[in-house]
Design a protein. Structure first.
Length: 257
């Protein structure tokens, strides 16, 4: 008796289209690489080469106890964007970039939007869900899973950062940039402004770090304190190039000998 021919087996999906595989532990390197390559593709397409990054608390609201910082962040982002639009270039200069969420992040994106400029949001999924704020330019809104890949994109395009009052996240992001500057791991300077001198001097005793010998007196020159939007803009303008870079930036070369 002739054996009955079985039905043809189903064709498995291609690995790069297999959602179960892409969500697996084994595919983690693929997911990490995607969070590098996709933003790289979009920034190149949108001709974004330089950013000014705003760090600060997601918990600050316009009518809260630290509400003046929300208003100041919004005003500074507006001033920066108006100035950057006046610079002649074929690319988008000094685009305001934030972590994409509420609080100071929203204020920064909102201020850039007030000035009619483009603005970036590097959002990340958190246990207490963080949704992208509505002021981010649609083509420049990103969602990250990995904190370290998000921080890479903060650092890679940044030509300046402005750190407003914030908590653990702000401290982490700010200290990473200062460490890259201190250790000369970037081949370009980043202007660092700590906005709200009373706040920052209260929560971090920089002079004590020098006194205990854990940083050098020269390290205090890596950042400046500032307390109003006009003064912050002036410091940024002094520290930033008015002429665009000759080439879109690749990743900065390590300065290790």
């Amino acid at each position: 008796m002739k054996a009955r021919k079985s039905d043809s087996p189903a064709i498995p999906p291609l690995a790069y289209k297999d959602a179960k595989f892409l969500d697996s532990d084994e595919a983690r390197p693929v997911r990490i690489l995607a969070e590098y390559l996709d933003p790289l593709r979009i920034f190149c397409r949108e001709q974004v080469h330089e950013t000014i990054v705003f760090f600060g608390s997601a918990r600050i609201t316009p009518d809260g106890p630290l509400g003046r910082y929300y208003q100041d962040a919004r005003e500074l982002a507006k001033l920066i964007t108006t100035w950057s639009k006046s610079l002649r270039s074929n690319c988008h200069r000094y685009v305001v970039c934030s972590g994409g969420g509420p609080g100071i992040m929203e204020a920064a994106n909102r201020g850039a939007s007030d000035a009619g400029g483009r603005t970036i949001g590097l959002n990340i999924g958190l246990p207490h869900e963080q949704r992208p704020n509505p002021y981010i330019t649609r083509e420049l809104s990103f969602e990250f899973h990995y904190f370290f890949m998000r921080k890479l994109w903060f650092a890679h395009l940044a030509r300046a950062i402005v750190a407003f009052p914030g908590g653990f996240g702000t401290l982490d992001e700010m200290m990473e940039i200062l460490t890259l500057q201190q250790t000369q791991k970037l081949d370009r300077p980043i202007t660092v402004l700590l906005y709200g001198s009373q706040y920052w001097k209260e929560i971090i005793n920089f002079d004590a770090l020098v006194r205990h010998g854990t940083i050098s007196p020269e390290d205090l020159k890596l950042f400046s304190f500032v307390d109003d939007p006009a003064a912050a803009l002036s410091l940024l303008q002094k520290g930033l190039r008015t002429q665009p870079e000759e080439k879109p930036p690749a990743f900065a070369h390590s300065c290790t000998p």
